[in-house]
Write a protein that binds this ligand. Structure first.
Ligand code: SAM
Length: 319
């Protein structure tokens, strides 16, 4: 199966057993360097600045959009994005050129999508791709904006200090009803009437974005996601899993932390085990609804190479 065909069948896939893969990798002496402890000498701030610059350069280098691949499986993984109330608000964090934003906007014509990235270049590409896709009323439903969510946090127009405070009081007017269609406008209207901000969001999507953030800054980044969600809102997570084929391809000198690697262009990638992902979200205050490995076997048509892909699928709720 080619990589693109594999992508269409990624939904909760279990082509192989992750535990068997783990044993195989951990017993292979040639891969032993992936398991060694690592002490990072760089200060946190330096990590973050370098990481942002690397992503900005990456998007300038790849501005042709060759890397654009619509994540068609996304609505199967996260059906709440279709069944949610009309006017529900989604925040797609690290939207890149819109691979996740586009299927969400296409799959639910009543959804409002805020999409941020730390690169203005890629935000422009995302706007172009989505505008060219003939999705209904996209000019009113897509709100792209620049933001480094891990360092400076989300802008106040998403959720002002007052609303963030209200979310922690679980005011009835702030509650998200992500699970059901709403028949009449209640909560979002009353928030908007205050005209302080958009009143927070019902969903945050973190799709292959958290792994791009330095491990040290992940707790702050997740707390920020928590703070803009309405009580009851969902954080939808998908990212690289431990012992994914792409992790095993990194050389030992590309390690920049434990299970953390840097590509030759300076962008980073972290590979999550279930416990690390779970602990990060629970420490920020979330309740775990789902977390599992998604294991997909595919064969590269060009060279016949067999590839075992591992992703972590997670769903977390703000109490
Ligand atoms: C692998 S891409 C994922 C894109 C998209 N979510 C998708 O589903 O394809 C990671 C994106 O996160 C962005 N990013 C990395 N660090 C960020 C940060 N601190 N704040 C905002 N965006 C960031 C990068 O510019 C990049 O576009």
């Amino acid at each position: 199966m080619s990589v693109s065909k594999a992508e269409a069948s990624e939904y909760h896939s279990k082509d192989f057993n992750w535990e068997t893969l783990r044993q195989e990798i951990e017993n292979d002496p040639s891969l032993n360097y992936h398991l060694l402890p690592f002490n990072s000498p760089q200060p946190e701030e330096q990590h973050s600045n370098d990481s942002i610059k690397a992503w900005q350069n990456f998007h300038v280098q790849h501005s042709s959009g060759k890397f654009f691949k619509e994540r068609r499986y996304l609505l199967k993984e996260f059906p709440e994005l279709v069944s949610c109330a009309d006017g529900s608000k989604v925040l797609e964090v690290g939207c890149g050129n819109g691979s996740t934003a586009l299927p969400i906007l296409r799959g639910n014509e009543k959804i409002i999508l805020y999409a941020c990235d730390c690169s203005n270049e890629t935000l422009e590409r995302a706007k172009e791709f989505i505008a060219a896709s003939n999705v209904a009323s996209v000019e009113h439903r897509l709100h792209p904006f620049y933001c480094d969510f891990a360092t400076t946090g989300f802008p106040k127009f998403l959720a002002c200090d007052y609303c963030r405070e209200m979310f922690s009081c679980k005011d009835q007017n702030c509650l998200s009803d992500v699970g059901e269609k709403r028949t009449h406008e209640t909560d979002s209207l009353s928030m908007e009437e205050r005209s302080c901000c958009v009143g927070g969001v019902d969903f945050v999507t973190l799709i292959f974005t958290l792994s791009a953030v330095p491990l040290q800054t992940m707790p702050t980044a997740i707390r920020e996601c928590f703070s803009v969600l309405k009580p009851g809102g969902l954080l939808l997570f998908r990212d690289y899993g431990l012992y994914d084929m792409t992790m095993l391809r990194f050389e030992s000198d590309q390690r920049v932390g434990f299970r953390e690697y840097m590509r030759s262009d300076g962008t980073r990638s972290y590979f999550f085990c279930l416990d690390t992902a779970r602990n990060l979200f629970i420490s920020a205050g979330f309740i775990e609804l789902e977390i599992e490995y998604c294991c997909v076997k595919s064969v590269n048509r060009r060279n016949g190479e067999s590839m075992r892909r591992v992703w972590v699928h997670g769903k977390f709720q703000k109490p």
